[in-house]
Design a protein around this ligand. Structure first.
Ligand code: SF4
Ligand code: SF4
Ligand code: SF4
Length: 336
């Protein structure tokens, strides 16, 4: 595999050229003094922030239901965001012909709920600042896929702090060909596999009930999850989350009940739905007003299934989600 060693200026120059196309858009992070934001650029881009240390939401959610075919939307995302985009292409929730989505090496992130943290601007200082931070989110502390190796192209940092752009699919040429630097072999360290093994979180039902006791069923965790996409979600009606007369009827049919009713059922069904596509980004936990440690449960289930089916969400555009395929011999030890 080859790539181009570039400077940040080379990248910006290429992005500016890319935006000269009438139908081109760029989605990337910006740093405005102390604040970090996601921004869409149409005609020009003064600067971008490659390493955003503050996590608000999984940016791939904003690509969901882009069905227009005429645009060229270039995205520079974190690895967990590019992986969510890849899953959305398989779930036909985005028109992938319009989107060119790359991933950039990630140093980890802190919650956007924390303020008053001043982050260094220099990437080397930022990396060591985050490595020594006690505020890293659980998702990032346990992340084993933080290299920019996902999506259509990667922006990677080598051990001498050079920036590289690496095409992974043909669509990356939209950017790659605008960069005049010479192509060369990649540093050896880029060819090494990312460490995937590690402890997978498991819990008891008692622990689950304790952790989810505070859930108020606001559904934020569903609404912000990039891969929880059903338009006709079963929790939009009164059957699973009864209210009003539906609640009274349900209690008359069964017994006295804790309100809101069926919150465990809500999380079990949601966990089942995203169990193979969850990218462990922690966006659900970030959106939870009750501080419930959602990531360890959702990511835990996804990692257990990942081991079982040798499937990594967002690793490859061509790899089929296990629940969309059937292989007679895939679970030889399962009971009938
Ligand atoms: S989960 Fe991984 S890729 Fe996503 S922000 Fe955290 S460290 Fe980066
Ligand atoms: S369930 Fe949570 S951790 Fe998993 S993809 Fe959705 S928002 Fe991210
Ligand atoms: S965001 Fe938190 S409180 Fe709201 S439904 Fe999800 S777990 Fe419950």
């Amino acid at each position: 595999m080859k790539g181009k060693r570039i400077t940040k200026k080379d990248l910006l120059d290429a992005l500016k050229k890319f935006l000269k196309d009438e139908l081109a858009l760029l989605i990337a992070f910006e740093r405005d003094n102390k604040a970090f934001k996601i921004r869409a650029y149409k005609k020009d881009v003064p600067d971008i922030c490659l390493f955003n240390p503050v996590y608000e939401a999984n940016t791939a959610i904003y690509l969901r239901r882009i069905f227009s075919e005429d645009f060229k939307i270039l995205c520079i995302f974190r690895p967990c965001e590019a992986r969510a985009y890849v899953e959305l292409t398989k779930l036909t929730q985005v028109e992938s012909r319009s989107v060119i989505c790359g991933s950039v090496d990630c140093f980890g992130t802190v919650s956007s709920k924390l303020d008053n943290i001043v982050f260094p601007e220099n990437p080397q200082d930022l990396k060591s600042f985050l490595e020594n931070s006690k505020n890293l989110r659980y998702a990032c502390m346990t992340c084993r896929l933080k290299n920019g190796v996902f999506g259509d192209f990667g922006l990677r940092i080598d051990s001498d702090w050079n920036l590289w752009v690496i095409p992974y699919t043909g669509k990356a040429n939209v950017l790659y060909e605008l960069i005049s630097s010479a192509e060369s072999d990649l540093p050896r360290e880029f060819l090494e596999n990312q460490e995937r093994n590690g402890q997978v979180f498991q819990s008891s039902l008692d622990e689950f009930k304790r952790d989810f006791d505070k859930c108020i069923m606001c559904l934020n965790c569903r609404d912000i999850c990039p891969v929880c996409y059903c338009v006709d979600c079963v929790f939009n009606n009164d059957e699973y989350l009864p209210k009003g007369d539906a609640l009274i009827n349900s209690i008359l049919r069964s017994n006295d009940a804790q309100i809101p009713k069926n919150k465990e059922m809500y999380h079990f069904i949601r966990m089942y739905h995203v169990s193979q596509t969850c990218v462990g980004c922690g966006g659900c936990e970030e959106a939870c007003p009750q501080g419930i440690p959602l990531t360890k449960y959702y990511k835990g289930i996804s990692e257990r299934l990942s081991g079982l089916f040798d499937y990594v969400s967002g690793r490859d555009f061509e790899e089929k989600i296990p629940y969309t395929t059937f292989r007679e011999d895939e679970l030889p030890n399962a009971d009938d």
